[in-house]
Design a protein around this ligand. Structure first.
Ligand code: HEM
Length: 366
């Protein structure tokens, strides 16, 4: 089955039921003018539409024997596999190089530094981002590869994360697990009214962003060996949930509402106050919710021979301040901080998808 790119009320790949795989790539723009940028966005839009239908983006074996192929061919015959491609505009696109400063989304600004940040600039920021999600890893990779190829001479690749397993759920999907072994996505934004309230940009922002969203990307490394040496009873306290069932420590079943006031025999809260869910739950943050759509990733092993893996955390919000509020609290006190390090950080404005005949970001240009 396939998703449509044109004529959608909202960008694809956000509230879309999470596909199994993700390939995310950020670019810096090297093109010179607003007109060049329009050409890139128009060519990308036409190609994304074809890719999402499972088509190649041009000839794989050109008729003219002196020609280089337009499509690289490795997805031939694989089908669309629910491919979505989500395009994001970074703060750098509105820095004046392309005369777009007046069009800058009101809340698009580089994220502040958080107390627990251990960022590597090589995997941060970017002028523009592409994320392909699909139920086949080669379909996702092919999409990004061919779109990156089209951008040669217009943009340089900056960083990429390949997500091999979804770590969030939507629409009644069974909750998958992250690499720490816990169910991830149990309490997530998943209803239409919550999408309207917390995810889709309304009329308090620049007009062209209406119906779009802000994408926050955090590449979070996990210290796998240290985690694996920890007692599961302690791991449960770190999250405030049981490992196998996913139930809150105050309950029995995965979808039981956590009770942050429940006290144990020792008089302490059953769900520790510095556990991950106690610090991030809407009940303890003035009702704030963020849509989480993360993927597990691995970069193999590091130079010390340790497993190099983690969570490519992606959140969608209509106000980045909601993420900042949560990350301020988590960065300062989360029991999970002993086992993770935030390495990559980026923010992008994701416009709504174009109407057929138009292209993504068309409204930015005169
Ligand atoms: C909940 C894992 C990073 C925000 C959870 C849950 C797990 C988890 C297992 C409980 C199940 C659920 O309700 O989905 C992780 C891991 C992370 C990470 C392994 C990093 C490697 C973050 C970050 C934020 C965040 C950076 C936001 C700044 C939340 C929120 C909830 C949650 C809002 C739902 C809390 C609730 O309503 O009960 N996370 N998370 N997480 N996490 Fe994370």
């Amino acid at each position: 089955s396939h998703y449509e790119f044109y004529d959608q009320p909202h960008p694809v790949g956000v509230s879309t039921i999470p596909q199994q795989y993700s390939v995310f790539m950020a670019f810096d723009l090297t093109l010179a003018t607003a007109q060049d940028l329009q050409v890139l966005l128009a060519r990308w839009s036409a190609a994304i539409d074809q890719l999402m239908q499972g088509n190649s983006i041009g000839q794989v074996e050109p008729e003219h024997e002196q020609s280089v192929a337009t499509d690289t061919g490795e997805a031939l015959g694989l089908g669309p596999n629910n491919l979505t491609v989500t395009v994001g505009f970074g703060p750098g696109m509105f820095d004046g190089r392309f005369g777009l400063a007046a069009k800058r989304p009101k809340k698009l600004a580089k994220l502040p530094k958080f107390s627990s940040d251990r960022l590597d600039p090589a995997v941060c920021d970017g002028d523009i981002s592409l994320q392909a999600c699909a139920d086949d890893p080669q379909v996702a990779y092919h999409a990004i590869r061919d779109l990156a190829r089209m951008a040669r001479g217009s943009a340089t690749t900056k960083w990429t994360v390949m997500g091999f397993g979804k770590a969030s759920a939507q629409g009644g999907q069974e909750t998958p697990r992250n690499l720490l072994g816990y169910k991830d996505g149990t309490r997530n934004v998943s209803t239409d009214p919550d999408h309207e309230k917390f995810v889709w940009v309304g009329d308090d922002d620049v007009a062209w962003m209406r119906g779009g969203t802000y994408q926050i990307s955090r590449k979070i490394q996990m210290f796998i060996e240290i985690w694996d040496a920890d007692r599961v009873s302690d791991q449960n306290e770190v999250f405030g949930r049981f490992k196998v069932s996913g139930a809150p420590l105050s309950g029995h079943a995965e979808f039981d509402t956590p009770d942050f006031h429940a006290k144990g025999a020792d008089g302490d809260p059953v769900i520790p106050v510095n556990s991950h869910v106690a610090l991030s739950a809407p009940e303890n943050n003035g009702g704030v919710k963020i849509l989480r759509r993360p993927y597990n990733y691995t970069d193999g092993i590091n130079s010390d021979g340790q497993l190099d893996a983690g969570l490519h955390f992606l959140a969608y919000v209509n106000d980045p301040q909601h993420f900042i509020t949560l990350q301020d609290r988590l960065g300062a006190s989360d029991m999970l901080n002993e086992y993770i390090a935030h390495r990559g950080s980026a923010i992008f404005a994701v416009p709504p998808n174009p109407a057929r005949g138009s292209f993504i970001g068309r409204e930015l240009f005169g």
